[in-house]
Ligand binder design. Structure first.
Ligand code: NAD
Length: 284
């Protein structure tokens, strides 16, 4: 006898989306709302979170609340959890979307050339420890702490889904951004660790590794501010992406819905590249 195929089964579930006021996670929140999920949009910037929640209620008619919360401050997340439990119910899904890079952990040059000896401040040697700390904190602890707070509901009811947001940098680091790359590699490792730890609880833990999207955090590296033309780095990315274009946040939503839904009940501990072929391409 075959088991009947279930539906996606997202309707009525409660999702917490950190960084929900941002470019990628506002679209992810809307995609979930479109599938009937109640959404708690968490962001450092309350007005951005509120704007997304307002748009969701207006466009999709599902419950949505905007909450100011700092992913690095456990007490602010605990207060958010209380509000979510009161207004939306017990939590089923967590999307760890808050993340980013610090300019002070970004080297000016890609490689040290013999001619750079007088300008070592433009290389690895000019990177600031404080930039590393900020970037590691935001990407790694900013995933760890919300998981500590929000996954309790899921483990208690023996059901739920966590999706972390990784990056192409996690597989092979991009030049100039060592802190961002290493902290996203840590996300992949933590995704696997937690997937194993939670494997018998019914809570699945996966990640999405987006390819290249043009957003606020990378625009300064990819587009020349004055001319609006692609920088040399922007051109390299397009050349390294077999589809020869940037992705859009909408193009990440299918993977998100799939990973959370009952259609992927045997999937845990994976990192899915959504990258226009970038990770498959040798460049030749
Ligand atoms: P974004 O800057 O538009 O969104 C990030 C959001 O997180 C912002 O709204 C910001 O206010 C919020 N935030 C920052 N610090 C916070 C904190 N301490 N507590 C709570 N919220 C905080 O960036 P995005 O491009 O939408 O990126 C979203 C995620 O996707 C990040 O994890 C990023 O690293 C990842 N990512 C982005 C790309 C890309 O090309 N843009 C590629 C791969 C991965």
């Amino acid at each position: 006898m075959t088991t009947p195929i279930k539906d996606l089964n997202l309707e009525g579930k409660v999702a917490v989306i950190t960084g929900g006021g941002g470019v990628i996670c506002s679209v992810m929140s809307k995609a979930l709302a479109m599938k009937g999920v109640k959404t708690a949009i968490l962001d450092l910037k309350k007005e951005n979170a509120d704007k997304v929640a307002d748009e969701i209620r207006e466009q999709y008619g599902t419950k949505s609340i905007g909450i100011a919360a700092n992913v690095l401050d456990k007490s602010s997340l605990e207060a958010a959890k209380k509000e979510i439990n009161e207004k939306l119910g017990s939590i089923d899904y967590l999307i760890n979307g808050a993340g980013g890079n610090a300019p002070t952990a970004t080297s000016k040059v890609e490689k040290i050339e013999p001619s750079d000896m007088e300008h070592l401040e433009d290389t690895f040697f000019g990177l600031e420890l404080e930039g590393f700390e900020k970037t590691f904190d935001l990407n790694f602890k900013g995933t760890l702490i919300p998981t500590l707070v929000f996954a309790r509901d899921m483990v208690k009811k023996q059901r739920g889904g966590i999706v972390n947001i990784s990056s192409m940098n996690s597989y092979r680091p991009l030049t100039k951004i060592p802190a961002y790359s290493a902290s996203k590699a840590a996300i992949n490792n933590f995704t696997q660790w937690l997937a194993v730890h939670f494997a018998k609880t019914g809570v699945r833990v996966n990640a999405i590794a987006p390819g290249f999207l043009l957003t606020n955090q990378n625009r300064f590296l990819l587009v020349d501010e004055k001319t609006g033309e692609s920088t040399a780095r922007g051109k390299k990315i397009i050349n390294g992406t077999p589809m020869e274009r940037y992705g859009t946040p909408e193009e990440l939503t299918g993977t998100l819905v799939f990973l959370l839904s009952d259609w992927s009940e045997f999937i845990t501990g994976i990192v899915v590249p959504v990258d226009g072929g970038f990770s498959a391409y040798s460049g030749v």
